[in-house]
Write a protein that binds this ligand. Sequence first.
Ligand SMILES: Nc1nc2c(c(=O)[nH]1)N=C([C@H](O)[C@H](O)COP(=O)(O)OP(=O)(O)OP(=O)(O)O)CN2
Length: 158
Amino acid sequence: MALTIMRRIKFCAGHRLLHHGGKCENFHGHNYVADFFVQGETQDDVGRVIDFSDLKRRVKGWIDENWDHGFLIHQDDENARQALGMVTPSRVFVLPYNPTAENMAKYLLEEMSPVALDGSGARAVRVRIWETDESFAEASLDPVSGNTEMYSEMAMGE
Ligand SMILES: Nc1nc2c(c(=O)[nH]1)N=C([C@H](O)[C@H](O)COP(=O)(O)OP(=O)(O)OP(=O)(O)O)CN2
């Protein structure tokens, strides 16, 4: 039996989408919501997979230090990197791909969570990024292969 818990973390960040071809090529920001779905092999004496506060400390700690109130930029976006490099202080986090909600969920699942949860006995199996109240993307680990699977959804009528 798999026991899954979820912790929601809120943060704000700026970005732009390289080659978007529309308004999202401009610098803009979002109040993001990140839902971390975490599983563990065992429960502790209290009955927890991991204490919610420990989970929060680990993942929010990383987000607060790296993404919150920062700009997420594609490594190929030289123009944005140069521009933001002229601003002091400024927090810039360079991603190996465009900072879409899909790729942010993927990065948090594949790169950040294994490090942040190391030694906790828990592992992230799904990360959902809400970019607006109406749109989210999520990355999840296939339980058999362990590969990441992507999913995104936008509310009807938007
Ligand atoms: N599949 C994805 N599509 C888009 C993403 C994304 O991450 N994944 N991101 C964007 C932009 O970041 C944009 O800011 C959000 O787009 P959109 O939903 O069009 O923005 P609004 O909700 O503000 O729409 P309005 O029409 O202005 O109300 C684009 N696409």
